[in-house]
Design a protein around this ligand. Structure first.
Ligand code: DQA
Length: 142
Protein backbone atom coordinates (compact mmCIF):
# COMPACT_ATOMS: atom_id res chain seq x y z
CA UNK A 1 0.00 0.00 0.00
CA UNK A 2 1.35 3.40 -0.98
CA UNK A 3 1.00 6.64 0.94
CA UNK A 4 1.58 9.97 -0.78
CA UNK A 5 2.69 12.75 1.59
CA UNK A 6 2.33 16.29 0.26
CA UNK A 7 3.90 19.27 2.00
CA UNK A 8 2.58 22.67 0.97
CA UNK A 9 4.13 26.13 0.66
CA UNK A 10 6.98 27.32 2.86
CA UNK A 11 7.45 23.88 4.42
CA UNK A 12 10.70 23.65 2.44
CA UNK A 13 11.96 26.22 4.97
CA UNK A 14 11.37 24.00 8.02
CA UNK A 15 14.35 24.08 10.36
CA UNK A 16 14.81 27.83 9.99
CA UNK A 17 11.20 28.99 9.56
CA UNK A 18 9.75 30.29 12.86
CA UNK A 19 11.31 27.43 14.90
CA UNK A 20 9.30 28.48 17.98
CA UNK A 21 6.16 27.45 16.07
CA UNK A 22 7.37 24.78 13.64
CA UNK A 23 10.36 23.25 15.49
CA UNK A 24 13.95 22.76 14.39
CA UNK A 25 13.66 19.65 12.22
CA UNK A 26 14.22 20.20 8.50
CA UNK A 27 11.88 18.82 5.84
CA UNK A 28 14.55 16.23 5.00
CA UNK A 29 14.59 15.13 8.68
CA UNK A 30 10.79 14.79 8.67
CA UNK A 31 10.74 12.93 5.35
CA UNK A 32 13.30 10.45 6.71
CA UNK A 33 11.08 9.81 9.75
CA UNK A 34 8.08 9.37 7.44
CA UNK A 35 9.78 6.85 5.15
CA UNK A 36 11.32 4.97 8.10
CA UNK A 37 7.99 4.57 9.92
CA UNK A 38 6.20 3.60 6.70
CA UNK A 39 8.82 0.90 6.04
CA UNK A 40 8.40 -0.41 9.62
CA UNK A 41 4.65 -0.65 9.04
CA UNK A 42 5.02 -2.33 5.65
CA UNK A 43 3.89 0.75 3.71
CA UNK A 44 5.52 2.55 0.80
CA UNK A 45 5.82 6.34 0.99
CA UNK A 46 6.43 9.06 -1.57
CA UNK A 47 6.93 12.66 -0.48
CA UNK A 48 6.32 15.83 -2.48
CA UNK A 49 6.79 19.49 -1.50
CA UNK A 50 5.58 22.42 -3.55
CA UNK A 51 5.02 26.11 -3.03
CA UNK A 52 2.55 26.15 -5.92
CA UNK A 53 -1.17 25.41 -5.66
CA UNK A 54 -1.33 24.14 -9.25
CA UNK A 55 1.61 21.78 -8.75
CA UNK A 56 -0.10 20.32 -5.67
CA UNK A 57 -3.31 19.76 -7.66
CA UNK A 58 -1.22 18.13 -10.43
CA UNK A 59 0.49 15.82 -7.91
CA UNK A 60 -2.85 14.75 -6.45
CA UNK A 61 -4.15 14.04 -9.96
CA UNK A 62 -1.11 12.23 -11.38
CA UNK A 63 0.63 10.36 -8.54
CA UNK A 64 -0.61 6.88 -7.73
CA UNK A 65 -1.41 6.23 -4.06
CA UNK A 66 -3.82 4.43 -1.77
CA UNK A 67 -4.03 7.18 0.86
CA UNK A 68 -3.02 10.83 0.89
CA UNK A 69 -1.45 12.63 3.86
CA UNK A 70 -1.36 16.35 3.20
CA UNK A 71 -0.12 19.39 5.06
CA UNK A 72 -1.57 22.03 2.73
CA UNK A 73 0.07 24.77 4.85
CA UNK A 74 -1.37 28.21 3.98
CA UNK A 75 -3.51 26.67 1.20
CA UNK A 76 -5.51 24.94 3.97
CA UNK A 77 -7.23 28.25 4.56
CA UNK A 78 -7.71 29.34 0.94
CA UNK A 79 -7.78 26.49 -1.58
CA UNK A 80 -11.02 25.19 -3.05
CA UNK A 81 -8.88 23.76 -5.90
CA UNK A 82 -6.92 21.45 -3.56
CA UNK A 83 -10.11 20.44 -1.77
CA UNK A 84 -11.77 19.54 -5.10
CA UNK A 85 -8.68 17.60 -6.26
CA UNK A 86 -8.73 15.52 -3.07
CA UNK A 87 -12.47 14.87 -3.38
CA UNK A 88 -12.01 13.75 -7.00
CA UNK A 89 -9.54 10.99 -6.03
CA UNK A 90 -12.12 9.06 -4.03
CA UNK A 91 -9.19 7.98 -1.83
CA UNK A 92 -8.90 8.59 1.92
CA UNK A 93 -6.96 11.70 2.94
CA UNK A 94 -5.58 12.86 6.29
CA UNK A 95 -4.92 16.56 6.94
CA UNK A 96 -1.83 17.32 8.99
CA UNK A 97 -0.51 20.44 10.69
CA UNK A 98 2.68 20.81 12.68
CA UNK A 99 1.28 23.64 14.82
CA UNK A 100 -2.12 23.69 16.52
CA UNK A 101 -4.00 25.77 13.96
CA UNK A 102 -6.94 26.14 16.36
CA UNK A 103 -4.80 27.88 18.98
CA UNK A 104 -3.43 30.51 16.57
CA UNK A 105 -4.88 33.36 14.50
CA UNK A 106 -8.60 33.25 13.72
CA UNK A 107 -8.02 32.76 9.96
CA UNK A 108 -6.16 29.50 10.60
CA UNK A 109 -9.20 27.92 12.27
CA UNK A 110 -11.00 27.42 8.96
CA UNK A 111 -9.88 24.57 6.71
CA UNK A 112 -11.19 24.01 3.18
CA UNK A 113 -9.58 20.56 3.36
CA UNK A 114 -11.10 19.15 6.58
CA UNK A 115 -14.46 18.43 4.94
CA UNK A 116 -12.90 16.03 2.42
CA UNK A 117 -10.46 14.41 4.87
CA UNK A 118 -11.04 11.40 7.12
CA UNK A 119 -9.63 13.57 9.91
CA UNK A 120 -7.21 16.29 10.90
CA UNK A 121 -4.09 15.95 13.10
CA UNK A 122 -2.82 19.29 14.34
CA UNK A 123 -0.40 20.50 16.98
CA UNK A 124 1.99 17.63 17.63
CA UNK A 125 4.98 19.11 15.84
CA UNK A 126 6.66 16.80 13.33
CA UNK A 127 4.99 13.90 15.16
CA UNK A 128 1.70 14.99 13.54
CA UNK A 129 2.93 13.26 10.36
CA UNK A 130 3.84 10.07 12.27
CA UNK A 131 0.45 10.00 14.00
CA UNK A 132 -1.14 10.36 10.57
CA UNK A 133 0.85 7.37 9.31
CA UNK A 134 -0.40 5.29 12.27
CA UNK A 135 -3.96 6.34 11.37
CA UNK A 136 -3.28 5.54 7.71
CA UNK A 137 -2.11 2.04 8.59
CA UNK A 138 -5.36 1.43 10.46
CA UNK A 139 -7.52 2.84 7.64
CA UNK A 140 -5.71 0.78 5.00
CA UNK A 141 -5.99 -2.41 7.10
CA UNK A 142 -9.78 -2.13 7.38
C1 DQA B 1 0.73 24.75 9.00
C2 DQA B 1 -0.28 25.76 9.59
C3 DQA B 1 -0.72 26.75 8.53
O1 DQA B 1 -1.65 27.67 9.09
C4 DQA B 1 0.47 27.53 8.01
O2 DQA B 1 0.08 28.42 6.98
C5 DQA B 1 1.61 26.67 7.59
C6 DQA B 1 1.90 25.45 8.35
C7 DQA B 1 1.28 23.80 10.07
O3 DQA B 1 1.82 22.76 9.68
O4 DQA B 1 1.20 24.07 11.26
O5 DQA B 1 2.34 27.01 6.68
O6 DQA B 1 0.04 23.97 8.03
Amino acid sequence: MKILVIHGPNLNLLGTREPGIYGSLTLADINLRITTLCAELGLTAATVQSNSEGAIVDAIQTETFDLLIINPAAYTHTSVAIRDAIAATGKPAIEVHISNVHAREEFRKHSYIAGVAVGQISGFGADSYLLAIQAAKKILSQ
